[in-house]
Design a protein around this ligand. Structure first.
Ligand SMILES: [Zn+2]
Length: 306
């Protein structure tokens, strides 16, 4: 006999009990259906919420990233009193000639001067650094006028040793002439990090030229250098320091960012007549530093008479 064959025990259920069970089952079914529908409604509401979240901007608008910086008199003002601009011509021995002695600084003096700048904490920049808002704590600009070959053979090796930069103000017609910088020499210095800027086409005294010719010297030299070296040319140096209101206006309207000068017209408050400190054959490292200090004092009066 197997246990499964045990007789079933029957229990009596009243109709009321059955009805109660039926009602209970129905209530459970309705509750389940209601809950499912409620759940469906809730999931229906979710997509709009998602859309709202996606609509929120995740990154700032692109326009803020493509903002360009234009050097203006106004935004230059915070820096102008603390950026001395040195002016050099030849580096090397002036030999027997006394005529142009003032245009020379010996290689040894130049070496001592560059070391002294470094020791004094000066960091050399060009106007390109200003345009890129790269301003060190103690900036200084070293500039060479006329583009003599000794800028490459004598000055450039010393600048490289000290990890320093400079600006060469180059008359475009002088490129490749005897004793002047060649295109390759300029390109090498440019590749290293020096800047080339304009000093007219053939070192003309702008105040002695017709207006048309002055405009040509200022504009075409810039266009030529930009084509030749594929670089924006930002700065201009007036040959002989000769400038008038008219030439200054032409420079200003020719997309130059700055112009430098060594005359009584120099003013640190005007980007197109920025004063420079002439370093000549009489200067060693000590007198150079003294000139820089006095430049700052005089500059505090906003104009600098050379
Ligand atoms: Zn010059």
């Amino acid at each position: 006999m197997s246990p499964s064959k045990k007789p079933k025990t029957t229990s009596r259920k009243s109709p009321w009990t059955i009805l109660a069970w039926v009602v209970l089952v129905l209530v459970v079914i309705f509750s389940v259906v209601a809950l499912i529908r409620l759940g469906e409604k809730k999931t229906d509401q979710k997509p709009p919420k998602k859309v709202q979240n996606e609509a929120k901007p995740k990154t700032p608008p692109l326009e803020t990233k493509t903002e360009t910086f234009q050097l203006t008199d106004k935004n230059f003002v915070p820096y102008h009193q603390s950026i001395p601009i040195l002016m050099y011509h030849h580096i090397g021995d002036f030999g027997d000639s006394n005529d142009y002695r003032y245009m020379y600084v010996t290689t040894e003096n130049f070496r001592l001067q560059m070391s002294a700048l470094k020791e004094a904490g000066f960091q050399t920049i060009t106007f390109n650094h200003l345009l890129n808002k790269e301003i060190p704590a103690k900036p200084i600009i070293i500039s060479f006028d006329d583009g003599y070959e000794d800028n490459y053979t004598k000055a450039y090796p010393i600048l490289k040793e000290n990890n320093q930069t400079a600006i060469i103000y180059m008359p475009t017609n002088f490129i490749g002439l005897t004793n002047y910088l060649s295109k390759d020499q300029l390109q090498t210095m440019l590749n290293y990090g020096l800047a080339i800027d304009s000093h007219t086409i053939n070192h003309s005294n702008l105040s002695s030229l017709s207006e048309t010719e002055a405009i040509r010297q200022i504009k075409e030299s810039k266009v030529f250098l930009e084509k030749e070296f594929k670089q924006p040319i930002n700065s201009f140096s007036y040959p002989y320091g000769a400038l008038s209101d008219a030439t200054e206006t032409v420079v200003r309207n020719s997309n130059y960012g700055t112009a430098v000068v060594v005359t009584s017209r120099a003013s640190s408050n005007n980007l197109y007549t920025l004063p420079r400190i002439e370093i000549n054959h009489k200067d060693d490292a000590e007198t150079m530093l003294t000139k820089i200090e006095s430049f700052k004092e005089i500059n505090n009066r906003f104009t600098w008479n050379y």
